[in-house]
Write a protein that binds this ligand. Sequence first.
Ligand code: C5P
Length: 245
Amino acid sequence: MTTKSGTAKRAATTGAAPIPIVALDFPSAEAALSMVETLGGSCRFYKVGSELFTAAGPQIVEALSAIGNDVFLDLKLHDIPNTVRAAARSAAALGVRLLTVHASGGRAMIEAAIEGAGDRCGVLGVTVLTSLDAASLRKAWGRNTLDLSRETLRLAGDCAAAGAHGVVCSGLEAKKIRAEYGPELRLLIPGIRAAGGKRDDQRRTVTPAEAAKAGATYMVLGRMVTQASDPRGALESAMMVALGA
Ligand code: C5P
């Protein structure tokens, strides 16, 4: 899967800086497109998540693509294989370049997503949400002895075996996943924060430099950029730091 804004393959195999994706977590198309205008040419890949997609519909994907951007549709699908296959097919038909499913939906579901998405849309499996730490994961899954890092690796293994484009993981597990599954399994890292920055609801955060060092193919920048007083400046300095890593 080659993107318009850069080649994921190159970033995955040469240790190049991660491709930045800005998360348009806004309640309307107007607010999202205004952020795109503010960022100008400094970003060409945008994440549309459940808030924006529910409010603005598929038209927001078309609007972003029409002005030359790649779109990552982060709906984190988790359903029976037949439903996920059909949803992935619809997303690919919209021109979406990357799509997420929960890796815990199982191998058959991940494979169905890949089949539905076809060649032009990459499927990423979400391993363990970056908002969970070891204690909250154990509580959520009802297992007292759960090892977060091992679970992440196991779920990444399911994605690799299914032939997924990549996985979503925190920067804390990225190195291990890269070492185990190699460069063909792309890594998308969210939960990016400036050193000492506010974590909000995120728990497993890393800085842009740490994400780059850990081998991120893609780096999702959310509130750190979109809530900054100078979003374009915040994005550019995050990328400078990542490039220097
Ligand atoms: O604002 P912040 O940087 O926390 O935003 C992170 C973005 O990445 C959000 O849009 C969130 O939905 C997404 N995300 C995440 N953790 C995952 C997958 C996606 O934070 N495991």
